[in-house]
Design a protein around this ligand. Sequence first.
Ligand SMILES: NC(=O)c1ccc[n+]([C@@H]2O[C@H](COP(=O)([O-])OP(=O)(O)OC[C@H]3O[C@@H](n4cnc5c(N)ncnc54)[C@H](OP(=O)(O)O)[C@@H]3O)[C@@H](O)[C@H]2O)c1
Length: 326
Amino acid sequence: MKAVVVEQYASIDQIALKDVPSPRIGPGQLRVRVEAAGIGFVDGLKMEGRYQTKDPLPFIPGTEFAGIVDEAPGAPGGYQPGMRVMGMTRSGALAEEIVVTPEALYPLPDGVAAEVAASFRANYLTALYALSARASLGAGEQLLVLGAAGGTGIAAVQIGRQLGARVIAAASTPDKRAFARQHGADAVVDYTQTNWRDTLKELTEGHGADVIFDPVGGEISVQAFRSIAWRGRHLVVGFAAGAIPALPFNLPLLKGGALLGVDLAQLPIREPEVQKRLMSELTAWLVDGQLKPVVGRIFALDDFREAFRTMQTRGALGKMVVRISK
Ligand SMILES: NC(=O)c1ccc[n+]([C@@H]2O[C@H](COP(=O)([O-])OP(=O)(O)OC[C@H]3O[C@@H](n4cnc5c(N)ncnc54)[C@H](OP(=O)(O)O)[C@@H]3O)[C@@H](O)[C@H]2O)c1
């Protein structure tokens, strides 16, 4: 089968598509023919060996996928060949086939395209977990989304609207701000401007943001926290800008505010019931059309490098997806 193979931790330009043997299927496992894989920020870090955990070499990157069950001896988890699934795994999704345990899978509802499913689960579950289970975002509250045109950002814009909040999208370019508006943001702010906090103050009529969804990090995070409303909640989602900010402790005191961590990787282990509930909520919205997840750009498998480069050069609108098989 064809697969993207990381033989040495390296930049995307040095990573190649190879012909490798199909993965062997073990007891309790099943084989999925991958139709599409989503490219996540973490995948880029893992390839370069810059993520907090290192995958042993060689490895096939890719943590999120959608496809069709191809082989399921003993029907683990009730899965049968021919069933459509979406999955999340530690690695291996950028390949024509993947072998997983049933816990990695979730049935894919009819009518949902593989490209949508491959870009849906991680970002939308992160957004819903953060906004609902962590921040208890209420209808009518003001939500500020940083990096709002990125993969998790645009999911937070849509989920914020779905939960009834007023969404203010912060992004660096006119195209990104237009994209956020197109997907439901009520207002936008250019957070590369030095006076962006004044604009935010005007947009919230002096109230500040009740909830801040922050996948960006760096100095912007501390600036954003300074604009939080009384009893506001700042969600620590990621550090796309690279630097991990440090918050002076007097700020939460003065603002009556809270800093809340969000880690999707720990959700199935620490709060499996919450994950189950949130996934059913998301799939119900997906099936009845209340939620139309954004697919950024779709690339052919041969062009996987371009998908990574687009994301890594801050050029992506939404999540990048690689189409693997029809
Ligand atoms: N906690 C969790 O469970 C969880 C789950 C998923 C992802 N994450 C993390 O969240 C972060 C964002 O992921 P994502 O998928 O949303 O990424 P993404 O699609 O690349 O979006 C990140 C956004 O950050 C902004 N940004 C600011 N400085 C940047 C820089 N130097 N390079 C790249 N982007 C920069 C960009 O918006 P502007 O150009 O508008 O500034 C960009 O749209 C990553 O650190 C990822 O690991 C965490």
